[in-house]
Design a protein around this ligand. Structure first.
Ligand code: 5GP
Length: 199
């Protein structure tokens, strides 16, 4: 399981989209949210857009692997689909906020945790403003939260500066390749070698 986080405006969405296009075997976890869809967003594609009541019901029924309140809206990762995919050996990608990621780290210490960093605070502010899809109050709140979120990034295993999307995606792919080569994930290869040596 790979978890990618980064402050609003870091370009997570773009990076994750490109990563998924290049790694089509990877499963993207679609979160549930009580946020209203932005223009162009489709229910069941970017998110499952649900009511606060439904979110609370799912929460009570323990349907989320993790959940968090971000900028006044609730977000949660549906647990059953993640479990199903992981059990069948499929790579899973979660794009979630830092609070959710810290909780997943406790539950899934074998996950790969990557923090995406914008090149600079100025660049981050510009990216958030250029989006232009939120009210001025929401924009200010997002800029204010960014610095605090970035400080939490120090708890991740990897940091990738999103200078350009291509370079960031290449670095993430390199991280995943290195993770796949870890001894602890490949003990069966040793066993296979040892068995083949005695035959
Ligand atoms: P946005 O509303 O801009 O799509 O996302 C706002 C924030 O919520 C982003 O930081 C995004 O990563 C985070 N987010 C999206 N889905 C989830 C989720 O299921 N759980 C948590 N904890 N955060 C999420």
């Amino acid at each position: 399981m790979t978890v990618i986080s980064g402050a609003s405006g870091t370009g997570k969405g773009t990076v994750c989209k490109k990563l998924l296009a290049e790694l089509p075997q990877m499963f993207y976890s679609i979160s549930a949210t009580t946020r209203k869809p932005r223009p162009g967003e489709v229910d069941g594609k970017e998110y499952f857009f649900i009511t606060v009541e439904k979110f609370k019901t799912w929460l009570a029924e323990e349907k989320f692997l993790e959940h968090a309140e971000v900028y006044g809206n609730f977000y949660g990762t549906p647990a059953h689909i993640i479990e199903e995919k992981r059990n069948s050996g499929v790579d899973v990608l979660l794009e979630i906020d830092v609070q959710g990621a810290l909780n997943v780290m406790k539950k899934c210490p074998d996950g790969v945790y990557i923090f995406l960093l914008p090149p600079s605070l100025n660049e981050l502010c510009n990216r958030i403003k250029n989006r232009g899809t939120e009210s001025p109050e929401v924009l200010q709140r997002r800029i204010d939260s960014a610095t605090a979120e970035i400080a939490v990034g120090k708890n991740y295993q990897y940091v990738v500066v999103n200078d350009t999307v291509d370079a960031a995606v290449d670095k993430i792919k390199a991280i995943l390749t290195a993770e796949r080569c870890k001894v602890e994930r490949n003990l069966a290869d040793f066993e296979h070698f040892e068995n083949s040596a005695t035959n």
